[in-house]
Write a protein that binds this ligand. Structure first.
Ligand code: FES
Ligand SMILES: [Fe+2]
Length: 427
């Protein structure tokens, strides 16, 4: 369980909250590049860390992310005209460039210089790896662009999707580092999902339901090792990476692509579940890409607003017959919606004073402690939090079989670092 004041600290990320300030130290994914597909295309509403923003791409291809509302009388610029290097408010024609600077005020006297004095709050928006990233902190502390491996490999090796999750970011993220639920909630899909099936690791996963967890601090967050029995007294280790604040990498399976998530707060009761799949040394196949687009693996089928088609309004298309027959464990189809349905069922923000945590929750417990420590150091002394440094981002998850006397962190040291052109350590 967690004290209520700590739960509040960890779940509130709006402007001027302690964690909100720290979250604004990082580059975070804001949009898929495909959401702004062409110069002068329609603007897109974006809500991040409880701030309502508008994103657009101007006539020259520059990206802008700024306050959604016109400085004049507060109209949403979503109705605006994206033309001639700026977004023009539909009410009285004020026009803003990608930096939020007002560049035209056509309802003012012709020689008025007042437009120069009006600037909307704006943030950088930069494409890397098919994602538009933003940084919402103080400009003078802006770190270099992120270098998570999925965003650095050639485009043909990577696929990214996002889905709306209707709960606080932390309970979603905690699912991403809770490796013990896989043997239960996802057991039906390990055999059948085209992006997971067929690996030796799956047999270890299903054959040992009581993994022993060993959690070790990494420079940027945690290595979460889950140990299961393999043959001849050896151990099968699944090592999840968590990089602060909310990047998680699931250990790979066989020769499949590797994957993971970003959990980004929209506001305190909703988040974006970003899901990436990539292979460090090969192109994704047409069959893999088709499966990802069809919502297999960790991806989901979504509508035009990225809300999953299976959602709380239709009970996630619960199929009791499939549950009874063992085709799915919970009756919900697909890894992503199995996780999301249960995490949303906790309520918008789970009351962590009422939990009953056990040894397999040690990754979650340590992640909370690490976050609380970092928030305190940042709030009291402006200490740059773990995960901002590029070195902390150049990491990988791994799945390995090791002799019983080898500590996973040492034996898998090389495998836990992203090395261009080197295949992942996977079983
Ligand atoms: S409200 Fe935007 S120009 Fe008047
Ligand atoms: Fe899961």
């Amino acid at each position: 369980m967690l004290r209520n004041e700590h739960n509040e600290l960890l779940t509130r990320t709006g402007p001027d909250t302690p964690f909100g300030n720290m979250f604004r130290c990082y580059w975070i994914p804001a949009l898929l590049a495909g959401e702004l597909p062409a110069n002068d295309c329609p603007p897109v509403r974006v809500k991040l860390l409880s701030e309502r923003l508008i994103a657009f791409r101007d006539t020259e291809g520059r990206y802008g992310l700024m306050d959604e509302f016109c400085a004049h009388r507060g109209v949403s610029l979503w109705f605006g005209r994206n033309e001639e290097c700026g977004l023009r408010c539909s009410y009285h024609g004020w026009k803003y460039d990608v930096t939020g600077q007002c560049v035209d005020m056509p309802n003012e006297p012709e020689h008025s210089a007042f437009a120069k004095k009006v600037k909307l709050k704006s943030y950088p928006l930069v494409e890397r790896g098919g994602v538009l990233w933003t940084y919402m902190g103080p400009p003078e502390q802006q770190p270099p662009l992120p270098e998570y491996e999925f965003a650095m490999v050639p485009a043909a090796q990577s696929y990214t999707s996002k889905r709306l999750q209707e709960c606080n970011w932390l309970q979603a993220m905690e699912g991403g580092i809770d490796s013990s639920h896989v043997s239960f909630l996802h057991r039906g899909d390990l055999h059948t999902d085209p992006l997971f099936k067929g690996s030796r690791g799956n047999q270890y996963n299903l054959g040992d339901l009581r993994p022993v967890f060993e959690v070790v601090e990494s420079a940027g967050g945690l290595y979460i090792g889950a140990r299961r029995n393999a043959e001849d007294g050896h151990y099968y280790w699944r090592i999840t990476q968590w990089v602060m604040p909310s990047y998680t990498m699931i250990p790979p399976r066989g020769t499949h692509s590797v994957h993971g998530h970003f959990w980004i707060p929209i506001d305190d009761e909703n988040c974006w579940a970003w899901s990436f799949d990539y292979h460090p040394t090969r192109h994704l196949t047409d069959a893999e890409l088709a499966a990802m687009r069809a919502g297999k693996g960790i991806h989901a089928k979504v509508d035009g607003n990225f809300r999953p088609l299976a959602n709380k309004d239709n009970d996630y298309l619960m199929d009791r017959a499939a549950q009874k027959a063992g085709r799915t464990y919970s009756g919900v189809e697909g890894f992503a919606m199995q996780d999301q349905s249960l995490q949303e069922s906790m309520g918008p923000i789970i009351d962590r004073t009422k939990e009953t945590l056990v040894s397999t929750d040690s990754g979650i417990i340590m992640a909370r402690q690490r976050l609380l420590r970092a928030i305190k150091a940042f709030t009291d002394e402006r200490v740059t939090p773990p995960g901002v440094s590029l070195e902390h981002q150049r990491v990988r998850s791994a799945a390995v079989v090791l002799p019983p006397d080898q500590p996973f962190k040492d034996a898998a040291r090389e495998a836990l670092i992203a090395q261009p052109g080197v295949a992942p350590a996977s079983v």
